[in-house]
Write a protein of this length. Sequence first.
Length: 158
Amino acid sequence: MTRIVTAAVIAATPAAVWQVASNLAAQPDWMHDARAIRFVSAQTSGVGVVMDCDTRIGPIRLTDRMVVTQWVPGRAIAIRHQGLVSGTGLFTIEPERAGTRLTWSEDLRFPWWLGGPVAGAAARPVLAALWRRDLRRLRTLAENAAAPAQDARRGSTS
């Protein structure tokens, strides 16, 4: 099993970060490797959502079937990967002095014929770098979404 953890501090409220992170259909807007999301289940949020994500990392293309296994509004989303690469993923959102900390962790298992644990070890730094970039993009979306609300509370106009 390959464990990858990355995090970002976002200058926005946990609610603003949740708004971006919990919009599963919009994940391709901030996840570079997610090309498209197709919901297999009728529901699009909450425990039990099933979705297929067309994923591309360099020359590797695959469809990642994901099932949402935990949904704590404003706090956490956990998924189980059921595709070629299996495992679990977790987003956690925690208030922090500078805004909000979003932590993204994944425990992934690569199939033996793709290199198994050796492929996982080789993929760890690549995926960590990609996901740090993804979190920078998510941070931009959350901070931009939060800015109009902050301006309105201050009574400023554009």
